[in-house]
Design a protein around this ligand. Sequence first.
Ligand code: NAD
Length: 338
Amino acid sequence: MAYSVTLIPGDGIGPEITDAALLVLDATGIDFHWDRQTAGAAALERRGETLPNPVIESIRMTKCALKGPLETPVGGGYRSVNVALRQEFGLYANVRPVRTIIPFRGYDNIDLVLVRENTQGLYAGVEHFVEIGGDPKAVAESVAIVTREGCRRINKFAFEYALHHGRDKVTLVHKANILKMVSGLFLEEGRNVAKEYEGQIACDEKIIDNAAMQLVMKPEQFDVIVTTNMFGDILSDQMAGLVGGLGLAASGNIGDKASIFEAVHGTAPDITGQGKANPAALMLSAAMMLEHLGEMDAGRRVREAVVMTIRDDGVRTGDLGGKATTMEFAKAVARRVA
Ligand code: NAD
């Protein structure tokens, strides 16, 4: 059986790293039917819009996409394609695993997963200015909105993820001491969900500011972290910093209607077309996609091949201090997978 998956190679280095990831996916022996779609700057050039309808229709059909980075043109009122996709498909969970591949600045054994609520909170987009005394921007107001259902759903997702990925503990990260309602409701639902997993998955709680410090001081005390939108946005980049930056950071955006897997980094216009791009983050995102499709063994094989190629074989692209081109790296990983 072939899996139908929407493929959005993306802008900038997107097509180069996508070719590299496809080579590795091919080596798994799993059959895919790729429905190639164009979005972002490439779509704007060809079709006059950054998110053409066929992209949406394709994802609606396949329910699963592998996506390269997209450029949202600055100015001109174009809304972010990534935000639009998140809203269109209700991609409420952003999952970002971080794991040490090469020891980085004293951190040599990081293995964490952040589950971030992706659609609510302070990023819900409800904000306005208030005019006072002729100043149209005298006051700025942003409203954080969370729902009980949204809080329950993201906490449930985190515990289910922990259960199915052999994880031991979920840490609820919040600021309920100050944001008594918005963060309080998240914590209340987190505690309710935790009770359902008693004896299976441990649970503890940390206030966001303390969690940020503890991540730097004693990261080994964490396993899976679940938190609200803005805290997750900040913590996920902080966690990527513990393993050497965004170059190896993979992500999955999961919803009930569809899931989209992509590297965390952007289009890297400074190195586009030079064969220098590191495709590892997209390959690791593809490994997450395989697991999401139920192909646990293939997902593990791809992840381990990426790790061993970088760590043991020393085949590395320039951003990791090596000399390999994008495709040389891809071929080395594919050999390990096959
Ligand atoms: P960026 O991640 O594209 O680049 C930051 C730096 O990291 C650059 O020096 C780049 O060369 C390097 N880099 C990034 N990925 C790399 C890789 N795989 N291998 C080697 N080096 C890599 O961030 P930016 O410059 O802030 O953004 C450029 C564009 O990307 C913008 O248009 C932005 O909107 C877009 N963007 C898209 C996404 C997405 O689609 N998910 C995410 C972030 C940024």
